[in-house]
Write a protein that binds this ligand. Sequence first.
Ligand code: ADP
Ligand code: MG
Length: 722
Amino acid sequence: MRENDLIARHFRLTPVQTAALRKLGLITIRDLLYHFPARYEAQGSDASARELVPGTKVTLYGTLSKLKAKKLWKSRRAVTEGWFEDATGRVKCMWFNQPYIASYVSEGSFVRLAGTVGGSGKSPYIANPEFEVVPRGSVPNGLFVEEARSQKLDARSSVLPVYPESRGVTSLWFYHAIKRILEDGAHKEIADPIPEDIRKKYHLPDVWTALVWTHAPEKNEHAEAARKRFAFEEIFIMQTARAQERALNDAQAPFLISNGETHAEKFLASINFPPTRAQSCAIVDILKDFSGSHPMARLLEGDVGSGKTLVAAAAAYTVVHSRPTGRTSGTLQVAYMAPTEILATQHFQSFIEYFRHLPINIALITGSGCWKFPSKVSRGKPTAISRVQLLKWVENGEIAMVVGTHALIQKSVKFRNLALAIVDEQHKFGTKQRRALTKKSSYAPHFLSMTATPIPRTLALTLYGDLDISVLDELPPGRAKVTTRIIKKEDRAGAYESVRRELREGRQAFVVCPRIEEPDPEKMNALQAKSAKAEAKHLQKDVFPEFKVGLLHGAMAQKEKDHCMQEFAAGKIQVLVATSVVEVGLNVPNATVMMIEGAERFGLAQLHQLRGRIMRSSHPPHCFLLPETFGQVSSKRLRALEKSSDGFKLAEADLETRGAGDLLGRRQWGISDIGMEALKNPRLIQAAREEAFALVREDPALRRYQELAARAASVSGAMHSE
Ligand code: ADP
Ligand code: MG
């Protein structure tokens, strides 16, 4: 067996298993080895049904039958009863408040069952046992299930790994498959990406030991040490990729931007409000970068409404006032990329407002058309132009600023002197697109990324570790404060009445739901989150028949989404029911209400961002949180939102109470669960970062660290948008 072999070469897989493994992203033997247990169970000793001692923890192998759901006569509690049977005898099992269990397993399924024996010695039973169906023929080695019993789970080990499952591949399948790989010794082929001296320094086991300790731990401490090692490994590899990206950036010669301070001052004097202290600091950071020896690589983090556009505009202003080196005419160019057409159009309009007095051309390029300002015929207005025309003017330098969507990074777009690339909401783009944009120039352009996504510092360092960071930690004065209220079930009607009052005044409302689709009738027992589709219908028909209710969700085509957002922005739709796609900076100052259904399902940072959608209005905004459940933990989290309006503080709080996996909902950061856990540990992040940067400084191409170089190359640019 080799680490690169396909799993299918060594294990007989059913089509269902093949599909399930693919869904988990597991293709090779190596992938299996890096599929880590989600948790460990203290292993009850193997036992047989005849010799059960009350009060002991046991693991049994046999069949489950005669499962029946009923109600207890007195307490009306739901209970499912059934019988477990093995070669030696049988024992009664019961599950409380799990009426659906009977529908999980078919009569006579072979299972591994674990639980604590209750009752008396004469009539024992097992209450609420955990069990796992072992599908016939799925046990590796071609073993049939009856033999699984005899193939005793590792006798030495007292902790049993439990793997993340998918329909068709059980935890037990992983356990046996990985055990076979370890016995075969295939894991010894894996090269250790962490250099030995670093391993020694932080007391980390080598990769072979760690693999064994993860999958077949003899004791808890081993499993923990292995987990710590793999957490370090993942962050260390990501930091190495960031360090290399940074080194590449710093090796390039920058565009010279002359007299930055003078121009920035002039620009700030031309607007009719003073910048906030935070904005001034960010502008100073940028000007410093402009006069440095390498291109700027900076992230501007700031809450919704903190005024990032102004900072970007100040930077753009100084750039278009610089001449290309050695020339007496023409200007350097700026590209500004936004994730949606709506946003691109909004930025185009803001830039026109900021720069209409300047003798420069500003253009907009999107999938559906191109615009230029000023128009030759009616000055002071933008005009539609052809794509061909726009491309020509950008290439010959006549257009100084181009705002656009993804259309900006297409190959056909060429610049004469692109000196500054600005990307709004970078996490929607990913590193690859960013690089595509910065490649459009003879020199490397200065790069400014902007995000309103409040993320904890450890995550920022991991995702954007190649960028310097400026933070806008204050809002411009005089903003209306959002009132945030948690609405109890019985107060829903009252909340709708407050919304109706706003709508009658001519305001608009967002209603955000956690899901797109209607509930799945097969899963009626599970807690059902409200779906945007069903909620839109319901609100239109039963709650707000006198207003127009619209629907916006992530599965809609971009064209449809844009159309819907335009209708909302134009006030043709009064209530917009949406999934969390509205999170992206849609600017509708007339929207003053945000209702969030299933609020406890969202991360605090995400809720805060949603709430930010209604902070632009001069009318007082209202945010209603409508949780489905009122558990202690979730109520505490939501109350934090009632009290605090600092997105970054909320993100840190969320990291502590819920764990990083839940941060910002289920978005893909390209980080595993183990890596996410590591984000709770600032010292680990800092150590991995320092070591990675030191290594790259000393050996930029990582010639002496081939494995590390290969792994870093595979993670750089691997960040996905939603
Ligand atoms: P964001 O950081 O969310 O992109 P914007 O740049 O869209 O925020 O700014 C939000 C609003 O605040 C805009 O209407 C902008 O004109 C205004 N604004 C920005 N800076 C200031 C300031 N220093 N004083 C007053 N208003 C400001
Ligand atoms: Mg913005």
